[in-house]
Write a protein that binds this ligand. Structure first.
Ligand SMILES: *Cc1c(COP(=O)(O)O)cnc(C)c1O
Length: 229
């Protein structure tokens, strides 16, 4: 195995161990490979190693890679901040969007999703750590936003996503993820069905899986350190 195959295997082992520790089936956890800053060629080899879901943060960069990889049946996830003038291309080119934080953006995505495509699978991003600078809606806003998005045609509301503050404090990591799981449960109980918790990155996927993550978004642990730009 080469380095990249080793890394991918290592991440799958971490997911399997964390799932076992939580009494969960590892098949209920989707590995999303976050390929931002890495070239299309790395995505191609990772796809050849069996990885089919890839996440990108920047539209322009993502589209260049998509064009070079159009021969591969990749499922693309948009996970970065969304400006309203970018929604059309996001609606046309991605299968999933994890980073909806206001209804205006969701409305645009719904209106611009081509009817020949299946509904866009979407998650609402929540700012679970309360940092002023962080993306995501406030926890208090989730229910209202979820109800609104659930009604939009051409979108399928799948769940909630969060990027908590980076910390080595495992209990703090865990508490952020648990708070997202509680919010999801509150929505489900209130009659807004959702099945997805998009949470956990390279440094904290174990805590996320313990708290119920169904998608982990992993960059560094698969592709290596990103160059600081
Ligand atoms: C970059 C990024 C990731 C992956 O982070 P790593 O720490 O490299 O695993 C996951 N989610 C989002 C939203 C990101 O921007």
């Amino acid at each position: 195995m080469n380095t990249q195959q080793n890394r991918l295997q290592g991440v799958k082992s971490r997911i399997a161990l964390a799932a076992a520790a939580a009494g969960r089936d590892p098949r209920d956890i989707l590995l999303l490979a976050v390929s931002k800053t890495f070239p299309a060629e790395r995505i191609r080899t990772t796809f050849a190693d069996g990885q089919t879901h890839f996440g990108e943060n920047y539209l322009q960069e993502a589209m260049e890679k998509m064009d070079g990889l159009a021969d591969l049946p990749i499922t693309w996830h948009f996970i970065g901040p969304i400006q309203s003038n970018k929604t059309r291309l996001i609606a046309e080119r991605f299968g999933w969007v994890h980073s909806i934080e206001r209804s205006k953006i969701a409305e645009r995505l719904a209106a611009q999703r081509p009817l020949r495509l299946p509904p866009l699978q979407v998650c609402i991003q929540v700012n679970t750590s309360g940092e002023v600078s962080k993306s995501g809606c406030a926890p208090e806003e989730v229910m209202t936003l979820a109800r609104a998005v659930a009604k939009m045609s051409n979108l399928q509301l799948r769940g909630l996503m969060t990027v908590p503050e980076p910390t080595n404090d495992l209990r703090l990591q865990r508490s952020r993820f648990e708070s997202l799981a509680v919010l999801l449960q509150q929505c489900v109980t209130a009659g807004v069905p959702m099945d997805t918790l998009s949470m956990g990155m390279s440094m904290d996927l174990e805590q996320a899986i313990a708290a119920g993550a169904t998608i982990v978004r992993i960059g560094t642990a698969i592709f290596g350190e990103r160059a600081v730009t």
